[in-house]
Ligand binder design. Structure first.
Ligand code: PFF
Length: 458
């Protein structure tokens, strides 16, 4: 199954390149911005435990499924399903991924744009003079055009990396920058957990309160795991199609999942104790919103020695982490346009970016001019955010495990993950069992229960 032989496909240059690109996709705003926010809104410790459980029983099997579909077919997400299951409707799962790419990138580029603004605020030393960080954030995010400029700039950055073709530049860049990001996060964690009052935050994060858990909480944890691991929409099918044939896909999947989960946990250790330290009554009087990281962390930087330099590095690296994720989302659409609609990479990149940016502008404006446009009490931004992770990616992950478990089947799957029988491992059987039975049943039950029992807003 070699795909269309007239297309010369790029591929990653090394094993580490694969990890850097896939972990670059996984580690992003989902870990540092979204995880602490969703954890704060959904009960802290209980959420964390559910989250880790989902990474293990659903995340890793879906990661491996996506890599194996892409590497087997050597095509974009849509084409991969068509190549493995010709003349069926399975390629629609790929189309669903294209839609998810639009909804994700639309709101993600809003937040990515904020990171650029905060980088410039850090460089100018502004935080030292701000007494109310929440007001600082709401003034900026509701401004009629400043956040838009940053968002568009971020889309241009993303498009130029994708435009330039496969990830030589970004592979190299991520290899250097991701370790630095980890070191910086650890330094901020140390400061955050040693703030006076932080222990309440640690308690909130590590002592589960199961009474706060509803089906919606469970769905949120599942959606967050899918979002954070970049699964459920074909980003890893697309990247999988660039992976060398001798790569050990299971090891790669485990390494990516571990890096991603480690950074999500560190991020919550960075943010949640600080929330408790800076608000007298912790979460009881504080309702965390999308600005959480942008309101809490500048306060931490203000109170730590060398905080000015830290804040500059932190927001720079946050922007880089976002960029290594946005390129993977855009690449899903571009690979599709390029291979299925026979466009050049340049044309595909421009059309995809302009269309996504148009939707993205609405997401950004929903903090200001368009804040009164709501559906089920969600603003446009909140709707895109909820829809992406909790509906599209969750449903996408469900269809992907059903595809591998029941359509692609054991022998093709084993062939692909064992590199045609070269790697022997007893664990493959267990993983296939999870893919075929456990993951679909678990995802199905959670999604249906959250929808029918709790309703859309929980
Ligand atoms: N995993 C990314 C993050 O946690 O920020 C977001 C993301 C990237 C989601 C790529 C989906 C995707 F395909």
């Amino acid at each position: 199954m070699s795909g269309n032989s007239t297309i010369i496909r790029d591929s990653f240059s090394s094993k580490f390149g694969v990890i850097a690109a896939a972990a670059g996709s996984a580690v992003g705003l989902g870990n540092i911005w979204r995880f602490p926010l969703v954890a704060c809104q959904n009960g802290g410790g209980a959420f964390l435990i559910l989250y880790i459980g989902f990474v293990l029983i659903i995340g890793i099997p879906v990661l491996l499924s996506e890599f194996s579909i892409g590497r087997r077919a050597q095509l974009n997400a849509f084409g991969s399903f068509r190549a493995i299951a010709p003349k069926t409707k399975w390629s629609l799962v790929g189309l669903l991924g294209i839609i998810a790419a639009f909804t994700i990138l639309a709101f993600y580029s809003t937040v990515a744009g904020w990171t650029l603004e905060y980088f410039t605020q850090a460089v100018s030393g502004k935080f030292a003079n701000v007494s109310d960080m929440s007001k600082n954030f709401s003034d900026f995010s509701s401004h009629p055009y400043r956040p838009l400029i940053w968002q568009l700039l971020f889309m241009i950055l993303t498009a130029s990396v994708v435009f330039a073709g496969i990830k030589k530049g970004i592979e190299k860049l991520t290899k250097i920058l991701m370790p630095i990001l980890v070191i910086l996060i650890i330094a901020v964690v140390v400061r955050s957990v040693s703030l006076p009052g932080a222990s309440q935050g640690l308690h909130y994060l590590f002592v589960p309160d199961w009474s706060a858990v509803t089906f919606t909480t469970v769905l949120m944890a599942l959606g967050q795991a899918a979002f954070s691991l970049s699964i459920g929409m074909g980003a890893l099918i697309t990247y999988g199609s660039y992976i060398q044939k001798d790569n050990h896909l299971l090891n790669t999947s485990i390494q990516v999942a571990m890096a991603d989960t480690g950074i999500a946990i560190l991020s919550s250790l960075m943010v949640i104790p600080a929330v408790f330290a800076f608000t007298s009554s912790g979460l009881s009087e504080f309702s965390p919103g999308p600005g959480l990281v942008f309101e809490v962390l500048p306060n931490v930087f203000k109170s730590m020695p060398g905080g000015g330099a830290f804040s500059i590095m932190f927001f720079f690296l946050l922007a880089v982490a976002a960029l290594t994720s946005t390129i993977s989302v855009l690449e899903v659409v571009v690979a599709f346009f390029k291979e299925e609609l026979k466009m050049s990479r340049g044309k595909a990149t421009i059309i995809a970016s302009v269309a996504i940016a148009a939707l993205g502008v609405l997401a950004t404006l929903s903090f200001g001019l368009l804040k009164d446009i709501t559906l089920f009490n969600f603003t446009i931004f909140e709707m895109l955010n909820y829809l992406s992770a909790n509906v599209l990616l969750t449903f996408g992950a469900l269809l992907i495990v059903i595809f591998v478990g029941w359509k692609m089947g054991k022998s093709q799957f084993y062939d692909e993950i064992s590199n045609n029988g070269t790697i022997k491992s007893g664990i493959y059987k267990i993983i296939f069992f999870i893919i075929r039975y456990i993951a679909p049943v678990a995802i199905g039950i959670i999604a249906i229960a959250a929808f029918f029992v709790d309703g859309i807003t929980g």
